[in-house]
Design a protein around this ligand. Structure first.
Ligand code: TXA
Ligand code: MG
Length: 349
């Protein structure tokens, strides 16, 4: 397949590339487009055959449901059968934005979109260009992250091209995304609502609007022993090609431990990659050292994480050691993705 690649003109969202994208989507094709979290691979969510193409392009397991993206509140009742009052309040507070809510689905949503579930995940993205594409495509667009299944989510158009050229009908290049980790997922089908995936909208922010919010137990015990409620959360994800280990503990000891491990790797004839921060990068004398940004600003770390994981794939590294990150604010989302990328391999310094 020949993939059309076009830049988005953010000054003219009602014409050109966005119109072409809308036409492709309405005809059942695949269009990758930027959102404020990561790039998505879109298809008409109400067309089962179109949604199926997403699974084929990504190599995604068919039990892993897709998030349906909308651009207007009027489209929500078409796909969500019951919209609790708390969901309306959250939509007022955080939509458009990086929050996905899970509802009971209507018959309009095919099981091919929801991975066989009776529920549907819905999000209204904050990126205006994304909403223009969704509206042009008919209003309900299924869009998982636009990466090959298992690889880091794409935060730059180049990542999307690397994974989806020849597989999607069109790739819209909207530059680098601002947030860099996928949306927060909240299950609204029970009381209290349950946090399934941490993201830029934190549990505290949700709690401030609706009161009690529960958590999927696998978030606190992310070792694969429990089965997460968001089916996609059980797969190894975001993984760079080299094995990744997270080194946790007292910051000074973490540096010492990573240096010892990197030295050992060299003595064995290999080379280590080190995922560091601006504050610590100069303290690693060997290995391939990459900073994900300043530790004191975890939003920057979030925005760079997946790109740095992909960069390591371009380097000759046999193993990657990463510093650990925070457990609150967006740091929680960073650590959640990093743990998955590491297959939960964690070393104590
Ligand atoms: O930020 C985002 O959410 C990005 C952009 C493109 O919008 N999309 C995204 O989609 O991250 P994806 O497919 O990579 O991740 C969707 C996650 C998976 O873990 C999936 O299992 C979960 O959402 N999910 C989807 N529908 C669900 C449902 N009905 N119940 C529970 N989890 C669901
Ligand atoms: Mg994904």
């Amino acid at each position: 397949m020949k993939t059309i690649v076009e830049k988005i003109d953010r000054e003219q969202l009602d014409s050109g590339a966005v119109q072409t994208a809308g036409r492709i989507l309405r005809q059942g094709g695949l269009v990758a487009f930027p959102t404020e979290t990561v790039y998505g691979l879109g298809a008409d969510a109400l067309d089962e055959d179109a949604a199926k193409k997403i699974y084929a392009a990504k190599g995604r397991p068919s039990d892993n449901p897709l998030i349906v993206h909308i651009a207007r509140m009027e489209d929500l009742p078409k796909i969500a059968a019951r919209i609790p009052e708390a969901a309306r309040r959250l939509a007022d507070a955080f939509w458009p934005g990086p929050l996905t809510m899970v509802f009971e689905k209507t018959d309009a949503v095919p099981y091919g979109t929801t991975g066989g579930l009776d529920t549907v995940a819905v999000r209204m993205p904050g990126d205006e260009a994304a909403r223009a594409v969704i509206a042009a495509g008919g209003g309900c667009i299924a869009a998982p992250s636009a990466n090959i299944s298992g690889r880091p989510s794409p935060t730059k158009a180049a990542h999307v091209k690397a994974d989806m050229e020849g597989k999607a009908d069109m790739i819209l290049d909207g530059g680098d995304v601002p947030i860099g980790v996928e949306s927060t997922i909240l299950d609204m089908t029970g009381t209290p609502p349950v946090l399934l995936r941490p993201g830029a909208v934190t549990k505290e922010m949700l709690g401030a609007v609706i009161g009690e919010v529960a958590e999927d137990p696998t978030l606190a015990r992310p070792d694969g022993a429990l089965r997460p409620k968001a089916p996609g959360m059980k797969y190894r994800h975001y993984a760079p090609k080299a094995e990744l280990f997270i080194v946790d503990g007292d910051p000074h000891k973490v540096i010492q431990k990573i240096n010892a491990l990197a030295r050992q790797k060299r003595q064995e004839g290999g080379q280590a990659g080190i995922l560091a921060t601006d504050e610590t990068a100069s303290r690693y004398p060997e290995g391939i050292v990459k900073s994900v940004g300043p530790r004191r600003d975890e939003a920057v770390v979030a925005s760079r994480l997946f790109a740095v994981l992909r960069e390591f794939d371009e380097e000759k590294v046999d193993v990657i050691y990463s510093e650990a990150f925070g457990t609150d604010g967006i740091g929680r989302a960073v650590m959640n993705r990093l743990l998955k990328a590491a297959g939960y391999r964690r070393l104590q310094a």
